[in-house]
Design a protein around this ligand. Structure first.
Ligand code: SAM
Ligand code: SF4
Length: 343
C-alpha cells in the first residue's frame, strides 16, 4: 500500500526524548534469518521466528513511513541478513520514494555482502548511496571459521559490484582477540587502498552464544594504542549519524572509525531507536524495555494508534546501557541476539 508522501516543505519537527535528544534515526531489522552463523552473533543451531510473527513488507513500509512522518531522517535496513528476505527490493523501492521527496535524508543498509553482487545496482537505483558491509577477516579459512557458513570470495565479488554501482562502502569488523587482532592493520590498509572506510566494533554481550565472550573481547583502547605505534591517527569530526568516532590515518589517507560501547559509553549523543522484524521497538540496544508497534499497526488502517504508540515509546527512551563483559558476569547483559534487534 502506498502512503501519502511528505513534501519537502512540510518536514516535521523531530521527536525529542526525555533527555533532550532528537530521535532522527531508525534502524529496522527486516528479518532475524541469515545465511551466515557468525560465532559472536548466533549459535550454530538458531531457532528463528515463525513467519506469521514477522511483519509483512507492506507493514514494514507503513511503520517506516510513520516514523518519517514523525521526523525520522535516516533509515538503516538491517537484520539478520536483510538481503536474504524475499522481495526485499520492493521495500527498498518504496522507502526510496521518501528520498525522492526529500522527506528522508538517507536510506542505508548493513549487510554481510553475500547477496551484494546480485543487488548492488538495484540498491543504488532505489536511492541507497552508502552501505555497511561486515567483514571480520580477509583470510578465507578464518572467514569460514568466524561465519561458519560464509564464503569470502562471494563477499569480495559483492564489494566489487557495490563499487561499480557507485555505492560508498564502509567495512565493519568486530574486533576479536583470537581471530583478527593481528590482522587488523592489514585489513585497514587493504580497505583504504580500495577506497573504503573501515570501522572496528567492540563485541557486545548480546544473546547466548556457544563460546565465552571474555575469550573474544578485545578492547578498542588497546587496538587504538597499537595502531598509533604504527601510524599517525588524527581525530577528525567526521560523523555519519551513527556512534563511530573517526580518525584519519595519515599514512593510508583513509578513515578509521571506532565503535566502543564497552570502553566508552556513547549514549549521551544517541539519536536512534530500533525496530525488530516483529514490530517491537527497542529504545536502547542495551536495555530490555520495548514497545510493541505491531498491535497498533494491525488494529486499524489509519496511523493514529501507531503514532500514539511511537510517542509513548520515545517518552520512555532510557538514558543509556550498562554492558559488562568480565569473568564474573557469564550471562549476556541482554538476552536477545544482535540479529533480533538489528545491528
Ligand atoms: N547480517 C548483517 C551484517 O552482518 O552486517 C546485518 C546484521 S548484523 C547483526 C550487524 C552487525 O552487528 C554486524 O557488523 C555484526 O558484526 C555485528 N554484531 C553482531 N553481533 C554482535 C555482538 N555481539 N557484538 C558486536 N557486534 C555484533
Ligand atoms: Fe548473520 Fe550478520 Fe549475525 Fe553474521 S553478524 S550471523 S552475517 S546477522
Amino acid at each position: 500500500m502506498a502512503h501519502e508522501l511528505l513534501s519537502p516543505s512540510s518536514k516535521p519537527e523531530p521527536m525529542i526524548d526525555p533527555f533532550g535528544r532528537a530521535v532522527t534515526y531508525l534502524r529496522v531489522s527486516v528479518t532475524d534469518r541469515c545465511d551466515f552463523r557468525c560465532v559472536y552473533c548466533m549459535s550454530e543451531h538458531m531457532t528463528f521466528l515463525p513467519k506469521k510473527e514477522v511483519l509483512s513488507l507492506e507493514e514494514l513500509e507503513r511503520v517506516c513511513s510513520a516514523f518519517i512522518e514523525k521526523g525520522v531522517r535516516k533509515l538503516r535496513i538491517t537484520g539478520g541478513e536483510p538481503l536474504v528476505r524475499k522481495n526485499i527490493m520492493s521495500l527498498f523501492r518504496q522507502l526510496g520514494s521518501h528520498i525522492d521527496t526529500g522527506a528522508l535524508e538517507e536510506l542505508t543498509v548493513t549487510t554481510n555482502g553475500s547477496q551484494l553482487a546480485k543487488y548492488a545496482t538495484e540498491l543504488y537505483d532505489c536511492g541507497v548511496r552508502r552501505i555497511n558491509v561486515s567483514i571480520d577477516t580477509l583470510d578465507h579459512d578464518k572467514f569460514k571459521t568466524v561465519t561458519r557458513w560464509g564464503n569470502l570470495g562471494r563477499v569480495l565479488e559483492g564489494l566489487q559490484a557495490a563499487k561499480e554501482a557507485g555505492l560508498q562502502v564502509k567495512l565493519n569488523a568486530v574486533a576479536l582477540k583470537e581471530v583478527n587482532h593481528q590482522e587488523l592493520p592489514q585489513m585497514i590498509e587493504w580497505a583504504h587502498g580500495q577506497g573504503y572506510d573501515f570501522t572496528v566494533i567492540e563485541t557486545m554481550p548480546l544473546g547466548e552464544i556457544e563460546g565465552d565472550r571474555t575469550d573474544q573481547y578485545l578492547p578498542l583502547s588497546q587496538v587504538r594504542d597499537e595502531l598509533s605505534e604504527r601510524w599517525t591517527l588524527n581525530d577528525i569530526p567526521y560523523k555519519t549519524g551513527g556512534p563511530a568516532r573517526y580518525v584519519e590515518i595519515k599514512e593510508t589517507g583513509g578513515r578509521l572509525g571506532f565503535i566502543t560501547p564497552m570502553t566508552h559509553n556513547f549514549c549521551e549523543s544517541c539519536n536512534r531507536v530500533r525496530l525488530t522484524c516483529t514490530g517491537t521497538l527497542y529504545m536502547c540496544l542495551g536495555q530490555e524495555d520495548a514497545k510493541d508497534l505491531r498491535e497498533p499497526l494491525r488494529a486499524s488502517e489509519g496511523n493514529e494508534l501507531l503514532y500514539q504508540a511511537i510517542d509513548e515509546a520515545i517518552a520512555r527512551k532510557p538514558k543509556g546501557h550498562d554492558f559488562i563483559i568480565d569473568r564474573n558476569t557469564r550471562q549476556p547483559s541482554v538476552g536477545r541476539h544482535m540479529s533480533v534487534t538489528g545491528g
